[in-house]
Design a protein around this ligand. Structure first.
Ligand code: 13P
Length: 244
């Protein structure tokens, strides 16, 4: 399976950026990876048109557990699908921290995403205190256990909270150990299908560190925040992915 290089634009990005960004991806996307752009909801429709037939897919950054309803400010999975999204990021640490998202909520959102035909990217990751207390793997195992619905057929993104937007990354040994632990947990939870799911690394992935991070065992791609906002950097990260 090709590596998945996913850009999470978070709450950045304006309409004027869409056309040049999409043109740069069309011109420079390497063929050996799957590229994914997850812009703010307001840009999805414009991106869908700009990327149609091109090398990158589109994703949302969140969805509500219900297919529709009186939920001011929320977005439903079928709406994302209709706007052209194939994927949706769920349970990002910024949503868990800023919007009180629990594992149970993420679980319900993942079910809604799958029901709408979207591929969920479920984020997990420990805080710095949890890592220092030696609890990183236990925390992540707990998040997987309670966030992934039965038969989960999506993507897991390991994003240590302390590595997001800080320029700091775990050591290669720590990434390797955590991805092995996640793989073991997926196998235990999901059986044979857990062996094939992609596990992304996220947290301060940049052109300069992408090659070494993406070459680690059980790393199936990257979830990129800040560096995904510049097409040039995002493409440099994609080019750094090993050929699967
Ligand atoms: P940065 O790449 O900016 O550290 O963000 C990572 C992230 O949160 C992607 O979802």
């Amino acid at each position: 399976m090709p590596q998945l290089i996913a850009g999470n634009w978070k709450m950045f990005g304006r309409l004027a950026e869409v056309a040049p960004y999409a043109a740069a991806l069309r011109a420079g996307a390497p063929a050996h990876v799957e590229l994914l752009v997850c812009p703010p909801f307001t840009l999805l429709d414009r991106f869908a048109a700009a990327l149609a037939g091109g090398p990158a897919r589109l994703g949302g950054q969140d969805c509500h557990p219900a297919p529709e309803g009186p939920h001011t400010g929320d977005i439903a999975a079928p709406m994302l699908a209709e706007a052209g999204a194939r994927y949706v990021i769920l349970g990002h640490s910024e949503r868990r921290a800023n919007h009180g998202e629990t594992n149970a909520i993420v679980h319900a959102k993942a079910q809604a995403a799958i029901a709408a035909g979207l591929i969920p990217i479920v984020c997990v990751g420990e805080t710095e205190d949890e890592r220092e207390a030696g609890e990183a793997e236990a925390v992540v195992r707990g998040q997987l256990m309670h966030s992934l619905p039965p038969g989960f057929a999506g993507v897991v993104a390991y994003e240590p909270v302390w590595a997001i937007g800080t320029g700091r990354t775990p050591t290669e040994a720590d990434v390797t150990a955590m991805h092995a632990a996640i793989r073991a947990a997926l196998r235990a939870q999901l059986g044979a299908s857990g062996a094939g799911l992609r596990i992304l690394y996220g947290g301060s992935v940049k052109p300069g560190n992408a090659a070494s991070l993406l070459a680690l065992p059980e790393v199936g791609g990257a979830l990129v925040g800040g560096a995904s906002l510049k097409a040039e950097d995002f493409l440099a990260i994609a080019r750094a992915a090993p050929r699967g």
